[in-house]
Design a protein around this ligand. Structure first.
Ligand code: LR7
Ligand code: MN
Length: 562
């Protein structure tokens, strides 16, 4: 009898364990795996990391203040009527208008509970008893009513009411003005409608200008904020207004709207084509993180969800309002914040869910590609200094495309006395690799001869060696990556800043003024002295001389080695 009971207990225990594992597995199951057509989506799956077992395994009931708020929360707003008016019709493709499953979003209602995805230690972090309130800024173009409403209600339900000064909606010329207008019946919600399509950048600036709180909080229009999302961010900004902070961005599945925890070990990065990506925090930083509630420094932010002091936002020049529709503004803001005296961080105790999509559901009046190029070109031209060449090599189609005047932004950069992109590379993002130095090599032809270096002091002209591709001798292979004229890791340098000084080869150093050259017409001009490389063919070894582009000894014709 006793053995039977013992067996029964054992079986029940095993069943319980299996059940728990099944539950966790279900919860972790990756969703939607169709292939990504746009670059911006390529990282989503990586980002949608599986739930960390150390997170709090609880379903969020609403926050303590939610109950007191019920009733007043929604004012005269008729939620049912608002949602019913835009129901999907039978037979409609639920993905057509919003690039996510609208049927599923509509089915969820506006107040669903979500999992508290924070590390359990976040629950015992303390914040100041009085924190300053914030204005929430949400811009949208034809957002689905159910996702927009859920964004707003999650804010009202999961934030201490005293911290929400107002929610400013900027309707970026959506087809139906009522999508926005009706929502302004909800207490604290204001609606501003653009008279024409402006794009998210100018819309956010409009929202920020009309905000009455001293702290700005930006959200996309299809988010759900999680438990205590706001306090960590406001605390950090209150302590130091130059911090610009964002939460960990959890993933709301575009297919079934499951709320999935993102990995807590990621930060924002990019490649040279200015394509945003999530990446692992560097291993040394990871090893030294013994407190999972501490901020994570990030080279760039994703762009949509962040908190920033309003006076700091204005001081730093808000946004580049010549950027259109979508894209690039997150790089421009990130470079500017770091280079002009601020910092960017991700706060792991703040979590906000976002519906990541695979395509834009709205149109780009100038076309998607051209708009992205215009915006990123502006960011590169204003902020990336000589490193912009890597952007152009990674995105050759950007060359020659219109990007408008950047004079105002250059003045701003100068006025704010911002650091160089080189500083940013060394201090903020040293992990970003500079493309292979010898990716493209050229010979530098002068008449029938070629510039050649044989060791540090022996530069001269020699007969152009034959042989193609890798068969060309190293001594005649040059990489013209302004401001440097390199042969792998050694660079052409002047020996003094006066006319007649010889040139030599020495280890490359971007910061060394003697090594800075630029192509000027057919000549190679030394940037600082303004003198030109001259072969001095009949007189002596190559040197720098007063520029005379008509002079055969100063004409250099780069020819790609293929
Ligand atoms: O013309 C437009 N007008 C708008 O108001 C186009 C868009 N929008 C609104 C739109 O309704 C949405 O609320 O702008 C917001 C962002 O557009 P999405 O959701 O189509 O873009 P996204 O989620 O891919 O955008 C990410 O990158 C953008 C680059 O410009 C912005 O910085 C977005 O804010 C940003 N979103 C996030 O960072 C959330 C996390 C996703 C990631 C990575
Ligand atoms: Mn979005």
């Amino acid at each position: 009898m006793r053995r039977i009971r013992a067996n029964a207990i054992a079986i029940l225990t095993v069943a319980w364990i299996l059940g728990t594992f099944y539950y966790l597995w279900q919860d972790n199951k990756p969703h939607s795996s169709s292939s990504a057509s746009e670059p911006r989506v390529a990282d989503i799956r990586r980002h949608a990391a599986h739930r960390d077992d150390r997170t709090i395994p609880l379903i969020v009931t609403q926050s303590p203040w939610a109950e007191q708020q019920q009733g007043q929360l929604i004012g005269s707003f008729d939620e049912k009527a608002y949602l019913l008016e835009k129901q999907l019709k039978a037979g409609d493709d639920p993905y057509r208008d919003h690039a996510f499953n609208l049927a599923e979003s509509d089915r969820l209602g506006s107040e669903r509970a979500i999992r508290d995805t924070r590390h359990y230690r976040c629950a015992s972090v303390n914040y100041d008893a009085t924190l300053p309130p914030t204005s929430i800024i949400i811009t949208f173009n034809n957002e689905a009513r159910s996702t927009l409403l859920r964004t707003i209600k999650s804010v009202l339900l999961r934030s201490p009411p005293s911290l929400i000064q107002e929610i400013i909606l900027i309707d970026d010329f959506s087809t139906d003005p009522e999508d926005c207008q009706l929502l302004s019946q909800i207490p604290k919600v204001r609606c501003l409608r653009n008279g024409r399509r402006e794009g998210l950048i100018r819309s956010r600036v409009r929202g920020a200008d009309s905000a009455s709180a001293s702290i700005l909080t930006f959200l996309d229009s299809h988010c759900e904020v999680n438990t205590d999302w706001l306090q960590p961010m406001i605390q950090r900004v209150k302590e130091d207004r130059t911090r610009v902070v964002s939460p960990i961005i959890d993933v709301i599945s575009l297919d079934n709207f499951a709320y999935l925890a993102a990995s807590a070990d990621l930060r924002g990065g990019f490649d040279w084509s200015l394509h945003f990506k999530w990446e692992q925090i560097p291993i040394e930083q990871k090893m030294s993180r013994n407190d999972p509630t501490l901020p994570i420094r990030t080279p760039v932010i994703a762009g949509g969800i962040f908190v920033m002091d309003k006076s700091w936002f204005n001081h730093l020049g808000q946004y580049d309002t010549h950027m259109d529709i979508w894209g690039g503004e997150n790089f421009e803001l990130s470079f500017r914040v770091w280079m002009c005296g601020g910092s960017l961080e991700i706060l792991p105790c703040s979590r906000v869910g976002h519906v990541f999509r695979k395509r834009h559901p709205y149109d780009f009046p100038e076309g998607n590609a051209l708009t992205y190029i215009k915006n990123t070109r502006r960011a590169a031209e204003v902020w990336m200094d000589e490193y912009k060449q890597y952007y152009y090599s990674a995105r050759p189609s950007a060359q020659g495309k219109a990007f408008g005047s950047i004079a105002d932004r250059l003045t701003l950069r100068h006025k704010l006395n911002c650091k160089s992109f080189h500083w940013y590379m060394e201090n903020v993002y040293p992990e970003l690799r500079i493309p292979e130095r010898d990716a493209v090599s050229s010979v530098l032809r002068q008449g029938g001869l070629c510039l050649e270096s044989l060791g540090s002091d022996s530069l001269g002209l020699a007969e152009c060696s034959k042989g193609s591709g890798a068969m060309r001798p190293q001594s005649q292979r040059w990489q013209l990556v302004e401001p440097l004229l390199r042969q792998q890791d050694i660079c052409l340098a002047i020996t003094a800043f006066t006319a007649g000084s010889k040139v030599k080869m020495e280890p490359c150093n971007m910061k060394e003024p003697r090594q800075k050259w630029k192509q000027k017409g057919p000549t190679l001009q030394h940037v600082v002295s303004g003198l030109c490389l001259d072969s001095q063919l009949s007189v002596g070894p190559p040197a720098i001389a007063q520029c005379w582009p008509q002079l055969a000894s100063q004409v250099w014709e780069p020819q790609l080695i293929t």
